[in-house]
Design a binder for this molecule. Sequence first.
Ligand code: NAP
Length: 296
Amino acid sequence: MERMEKAFQSQNNSAHRAVLVTGCSSGIGRAIAIYLAENDFTVFAAVRKKEDAENLAKLQKPHLIPTYPLDLTNLNHLKGVLEFVKEALDNRAIKGLYAIINNAGGGSIAPIELLDLDKFHMELQTRILGPVALLQSFLPLIREARGRILWIATPALLPSPYLTDIHACDFAVNFIARTLKIELMAWNIPSILIRCGGIKTSSPDRIYRILNENIKKWPKENYELYAGALEKTRKEFEEFDKKRTDPTEVAKVVYKALIGKKPKRRYRVGYMSGLAAFLELFPQTMVDYILERRNK
Ligand SMILES: NC(=O)c1ccc[n+]([C@@H]2O[C@H](COP(=O)([O-])OP(=O)(O)OC[C@H]3O[C@@H](n4cnc5c(N)ncnc54)[C@H](OP(=O)(O)O)[C@@H]3O)[C@@H](O)[C@H]2O)c1
């Protein structure tokens, strides 16, 4: 089995396979971009800020191509990115794009009653509308390379309180990824979920910073309704944060999903991803009951 996988890898050496990763300025996206570029993939590492493109360029990795600007809330960026990718593929004599790795995302801690609708809208654009538009632009190149689509997401679909902008997107991403798998079967283009548990990135710090800013902005009487529950959530997260997994582990799983001849529909990686995925196997009513009890 291992020999077959090696033979397949050498036949399909990744050097002539190119992937596009979104959200490469930090965390999981950056780790994936660097790992794949070090392991012979040509990587279009998309970022939305010039300084992040410059930081990636400073790494001086021949297979890592900073790709800028790609802000998924601005669909006008897609045309430029597509032209840039096509030109770079031509210059390197690479046929098509082997994968899109949808990673970019943000999110916040907030009760639904106090969710900032503009930010929620941006998150929906970043995680759902933007990736769908990206897919629509790049599918011809993916078909050419007989490639695959990867989605970085949470490990399970659970109604976790105060994380609605993140998990509403995860529910939608899960639906899109699985539906796409069926719709693209005719071209043998797998759509694969990479379900991540707790991964050590700067995102928790960003989320706490936003929470602190929001607490100052929210009307005091509204915030006080949730103050105890939000404090409890923050404390639980701080414990959770101590055990998060290094993002390179996600990169290794992504690599596996890219090179596998028959990739799985979903991969799982990271702290507590097993328990979350196990919970998801229960009937919805039971999951709701467990989470209600836990948050009493
Ligand atoms: N960390 C975890 O435990 C965990 C677990 C499961 C799933 N995930 C998912 O993994 C993904 C990456 O998270 P992370 O922990 O690595 O966070 P991170 O370090 O904060 O990275 C998020 C990346 O997304 C980019 N981004 C945000 N909004 C964007 C937009 N509108 N257009 C383009 N890029 C945008 C950010 O760019 P800027 O620097 O320009 O903001 C950054 O590069 C997210 O989708 C997250 O939901 C994370």
